[in-house]
Design a binder for this molecule. Structure first.
Ligand SMILES: *Cc1c(COP(=O)(O)O)cnc(C)c1O
Length: 537
């Protein structure tokens, strides 16, 4: 019996494996588990644990139908040499707090040491490994307790062998998975890096034309792999995301794909397999704070999270449910401040101007993962969640009851930064701390400066979601440097002026060949997906 069900209905439970393979529930809801928080992680023991050990423990708890061996294999494969730091997500102290009126020490949790220099790597290096263990063979393995046609754990030493296992699983049903995802910039490349050349799996990435940085675009358009489709879309991210949601709801299209033995799945942050790995770094941050002598186990910590689709910060809420002493979770938005208004008023209204900002991964009007938060704060009332989502779709807004808003506000607070404030934050952080931040992280830095710490907070942690070198033009400009026409010259200017170094995987993009040049209108996306499916056979 599975523990996962839709946020919009409690019948039809699924295992974590099926929830991961499927992505979205068939009624359009998100998969949630009522077991969240039934068991806790003991924070008195975590200081002694490595990132990998924390990941084993937390992921096994949240994905109960995966075996401990499978989780261990996934963790070791995902967080190996592709991360440039042994802590995976290292914690760095800021000598000067963003809020100069407080003496609560501030830290940055660097989530950008993965292969694409953005925090999404932490989840997207994991998701394909989990996905590879969700085929029919893997299901049999849990059901009858035998190893079946899949390789045993000790044989799975290398990535290639893990991939063979995925082939075996796919062969058992002859079914292939086509990942379809819309990206506002970072998801696309991180998903491509995770899924490229994975047998039995194809991936289609749509990004809004002209709305991602040149570095982000090149990261995607230079992606190699025989199972990869990258396509620019005429429209903004929300248009692309909505079109992808329609593809998932398109029964005729899915039938035609099923005839070719292809099922659709999502790598977007609504997938349980992306959410769960993100819970780990909240505990890792806490463990590092204890190890550095900055807090005692049990003391309260505040986390400030640059937010778009609400996945990253929701993982912080999951961490709190698992026993992490969280004082507050601060939602940091850019000028697209729909979440700030929601937390102030209880009204979520997507009918508002859309702004294209220097933090494209946060330019979002519909934060998909918020639905999971609503589910938990509606105390599991799926009908209520359904009614909110119906209103959001049909009328453009919904209002939550006052008592529900009050409960949410005991955990979440937040604010937002306009473009000038983002630039000022980048400059101020550099001048006061000699620490470079990207425009997304800068929204969080600004918000930490605006909101005073909750009483009894022992430390404040800002989650840094991208390397400043992914956005070299914005960062160089904020520091008052010359900004040459080419983004890569901006990178060099930034290196020279700050005596820091761009990650090699970004600096070398300029020399790589562009392999993907398609541009499509919104109504052409189903056709692009069908085309990609035929490539899978
Ligand atoms: C995706 C992303 C975010 C937003 O994260 P969500 O989980 O969507 O809230 C923030 N910053 C960067 C750099 C990102 O790539």
């Amino acid at each position: 019996m599975g523990t996962y069900h839709s946020t919009r209905a409690r019948n039809n439970n699924k295992t974590a494996r099926v929830a991961i393979r499927q992505g979205l529930a068939s009624d359009g809801g998100l998969f949630v588990s009522d077991d969240l928080g039934l068991t806790n992680i003991d924070v008195n023991t975590i200081a002694a644990k490595s990132y990998h050990e924390l990941a084993h423990e937390i992921m096994a708890m949240l994905l109960p139908d995966f075996t401990a061996d499978e989780i261990a294999q996934c963790v070791d494969e995902a967080y190996g040499s592709s991360f440039a730091h042994t802590e995976i997500t290292p914690l760095v102290a800021l000598p000067c707090a963003p809020d100069s009126s407080t003496d609560v020490p501030s830290f940055v949790l660097e989530l950008f040491h993965g292969p694409t220099s953005a925090f999404k790597d932490v989840a997207l290096q994991m998701l394909p490994r989990l996905m590879a263990r969700t085929g029919a063979a893997a299901e049999n393995k849990t059901n009858n307790g035998t190893v079946g046609t899949t390789a045993t754990s000790s044989e799975l030493d290398t990535e290639a062998e893990a991939v063979d296992e995925a082939v075996a699983a796919a062969k058992a049903t002859d079914e292939r998975v086509l990942i379809v995802t819309a990206t506002s910039g970072d998801t696309g490349k991180a998903a491509l890096a995770g899924f490229a050349d994975a047998p039995g799996v194809g991936i289609v990435v749509f990004y809004p034309e002209g709305k991602v940085s040149r570095v982000q675009e090149l990261q995607m358009t230079t992606q190699t792999g025989s199972n990869v489709t990258v396509c620019a879309v005429r429209g903004n991210f929300d248009d692309a995301q909505t079109a992808v949601k329609h593809i998932f709801a398109n029964a005729e299209l899915k039938e035609r794909l099923a005839a070719q033995n292809v099922v659709l799945s999502s790598a977007n942050s609504i997938n349980v397999g992306r959410l769960v790995p993100q819970v780990v770094y909240y505990f890792s941050a806490y463990a590092q704070l204890i190890r550095q002598g900055s807090i005692m186990p049990g003391e309260l910590v505040e986390f400030c999270v640059p937010t778009g689709n609400f996945g990253d910060i929701l993982a912080g809420y999951y961490a709190q449910c698992l026993g992490l002493p969280v004082a507050k979770l601060l939602v940091a938005s850019d000028k697209n401040n729909v979440l700030f208004d929601f937390l102030e008023t209880g009204v979520y209204n997507r009918l508002r101007p859309f702004y294209t900002t220097s933090s494209p991964s946060m330019d979002i009007l519909v934060s998909s993962n918020l639905e999971r938060m609503l589910y938990y704060f509606a105390q599991g009332n799926t009908e209520l969640v359904s009614s909110f989502m119906d209103k959001l779709a049909n009328q453009g807004s919904y209002t939550i009851p006052a008592d529900m808003l009050a409960r949410i506000r005991t955990v979440f607070d937040g604010s937002w930064a306009n473009e000038e404030q983002v630039n000022a934050a980048i400059q101020s952080c550099w001048e006061r701390n000699h620490y470079l931040i990207d425009p997304h992280t800068a929204c969080g830095y600004h918000v930490l400066g605006e909101i005073a710490p909750t009483p009894n907070t022992a430390a404040r942690v800002l989650l840094s979601t991208a390397s400043p070198y992914k956005f070299p033009r914005v960062v160089a400009d904020a520091l008052g440097l010359e900004t040459p026409a080419d983004d890569f010259d901006c990178m060099s200017a930034l290196e020279a002026a700050t005596n820091t170094q761009a990650p090699a995987q970004l600096a070398t993009l300029r020399e790589q060949r562009v392999l993907h040049t398609s541009v499509a209108d919104i109504d052409e996306l189903p056709r692009v997906v069908e085309q990609a499916a035929t490539m899978l056979t």
